[in-house]
Design a protein around this ligand. Sequence first.
Ligand SMILES: Nc1ncnc2c1ncn2[C@@H]1O[C@H](COP(=O)(O)OP(=O)(O)OP(=O)(O)O)[C@@H](O)[C@H]1O
Ligand SMILES: [Mg+2]
Length: 266
Amino acid sequence: MAKGLVIALWSPKGGVGKTLLSVAIALRLSERQRTAIIDGNADNPDLVTLLQSSSLPNIGTWPGRVAPEEVEDHLVRWTSRLFVLPGPTRFIDEAVLSGEAMEAAVRSLSEAGLHVVVDLSAGLRDSTLVALDLADWVLLPVTPDLLALTPLRRVARELDFLKLPAGKFRVVVNREAEGQEISPADIRELSPFPVLGAVPSSRQTAQAINRGDLQAALAASTPVGKAVAAVLRGIVETEPSPQPAASAFGAGLLARLWPIAGREGA
Ligand SMILES: Nc1ncnc2c1ncn2[C@@H]1O[C@H](COP(=O)(O)OP(=O)(O)OP(=O)(O)O)[C@@H](O)[C@H]1O
Ligand SMILES: [Mg+2]
């Protein structure tokens, strides 16, 4: 069985559109293939609210390595081909979203042939590092303002230390609007990573989200839906950068990342 693509959405800054774009991307991917969206934001797991889905099962109840024919039993079905793995229901506790749980979920789902979209929190915790490591592509949403753009350079400088290949990082400009001082062209010039495209700021989307109508808000015919489809074509038609040989399951990954994981826990 062909492995599904793993796409992680991450940014060092909060509130730039990781969650919204994760859902929009997962919806587009699920038009062709079974797709799962993992709520990897343990600090603020908001997919359950956004999708108005059940919070069980969730990543806190993920039982470890799961056989391909059983993965759907551990997910919440949102549409016929789109599944959700909600975030932990408990707040704060690092143990409720461990690196091991993230690794088990991502590997089980991808090996079962599902595309996997991981919506991460800002900042670096164990589970985030694991998702960034396992991802074929890491999409970094940025809003066109200095406070969102500046941290990208810091990320680029730290990648060697994190042992993450820069070749799989791409920037997506979100909430593009006319009259903003930093244009997508400026961002292309400033960004240390290739820019895949820009998603407009849409009042219609924001209103539909607040009505609880996420599918309508992000449908393929909407401005946001169209822009996300274009962004996705930039990576789905391209071969992902080659990944280093997979470490044996459960071993090695966190150990390799330990200097960071240890520091974070300190
Ligand atoms: N293109 C857009 N058009 C309109 N509203 C948007 C757009 N992108 C994001 N938003 C809104 O901006 C807010 C922040 O977006 P979102 O929650 O996706 O950011 P985030 O990066 O996931 O935040 P956090 O770091 O808190 O997880 C939300 O209310 C979302 O609906
Ligand atoms: Mg979010």
